[in-house]
Design a protein around this ligand. Sequence first.
Ligand SMILES: Cc1ncc(COP(=O)(O)O)c(C=O)c1O
Length: 464
Amino acid sequence: MEKHFHFSNAHKDLIARDAESVLGWRYAPGIIFESGRGSTITDVDGNEYLDFTSGMMCLPLGHSHEELTETLRQQAGRFVHENSWYSNPQIIAFAEALTATLPDGLDVVNFTVTGSEANEVAMRMALGASGKHDIVSVIRGLHGGSLAVEGLTSIGGARRRNLGPLLPPANAPAIHAPLCWRCPINLEYPACGTACLAASEELIDQTTSSEAAAIIAETMLVAGGMIVPPREWLPGLKDLAARHGAFLILDEAQLAPARTGRMWGFEHYGVVPDMVTFAKGMSAGLAICGVVTRRDIAEEARGRAGTPWAGTYSGDPLPAAVALKQLEIVERDDLSARAEKLGARLTAGLKRLCQSYEAIGDVRGQGLYSMIDVVADKKTKRPDAALAERIRYNAALEGLIFICVKNFMRFCPPLIIAEAEIDAALAALERAIKRALAGYPRDVDFRASSSLAAGAERRAGRAQ
Ligand SMILES: Cc1ncc(COP(=O)(O)O)c(C=O)c1O
């Protein structure tokens, strides 16, 4: 059913107070939400929206899941936080449950609070265990916003402006992304024979000290354009790392648990990394993240480069109890299979839109995580970030929330979403596309509405 929300004066007042006192990136329209249940979130006027962001990609079980709420309630009354130089049964059980989902060898967990910190601890371990210092990343990868991992992040845009000298030298060595739809070396898959890997090896030779400590990659590069590597790429990357005596670190912040249709995204490729980092979805929204590695790597690094790492909140019992419960439910309810099945429905719907609209250039993704690449036209593939922002704006007024960065619109609903909700979202999205193509909204300045849109718009006309 078609919706068009109008905000009350009380809602507008809250938006104005937010702008006055809280610093943060805000999408337009600004919306103040006050509750959530399942796949739906509700604003202060009582308007309901389908949450195709799962919060910040953190809620595979959706909002206010009853079993998680009960675990939270019980644990909150017992033990919330402790000195991180001691331990507790909840963190031990969570570490055991996590490593049980991983291949043999990935046996020890260093917990952190954020995904950025998890990747920084992985960097510390790689440096500590190898005695080397170059970390190679993949162009279009995103590994977080704290300074060391910002140096490994190359999705471009405003986020790196003015940081210059604060970015560590590790930002230099970066290799090609396996983005076949916009091949970085202008070849076609599969005839190319994944030539991007050979070209990448040359980049490593030329831009490192020939002593790379690690290669870090998102198993599927999400923010950089939902790049699902062709099946040979990850095994090839693992070989490349081995040839250089470098560890392979896979960043699964966006993917685990179960989102791609497997508990861990790398299971699609038959590759086992030396370290894997987890965050967002694995945390159940309570900020418990970390890195899992082999015991020999952890022991080799011990006492070097500040490892093992323990911050103030890492390993707290409250988030551990909830994240453990969530992992148990993900396994009990086989949400990997559900992600695969419902993902096929979502992808099919998005592909239908791709066939119908010139501006929907490509649909990429895996499992229940999809993205639309919005373009001026399919022939030039010229990114159209302004149109993507307008579609996102109209969709919000239709009761559908999703993330849009530059020309990439991402769809990441809770894994418990119902089929009917997916269909409703697709219908709302199509209405939003039609309104955006008709030029609505006419009077909204999007330049400040996302951290990256401004940069992308300025470059409009240049292929990304
Ligand atoms: C792949 C990936 N790694 C790491 C991070 C950083 O996580 P956090 O925001 O918890 O620091 C993000 C955040 O979006 C991410 O997408």
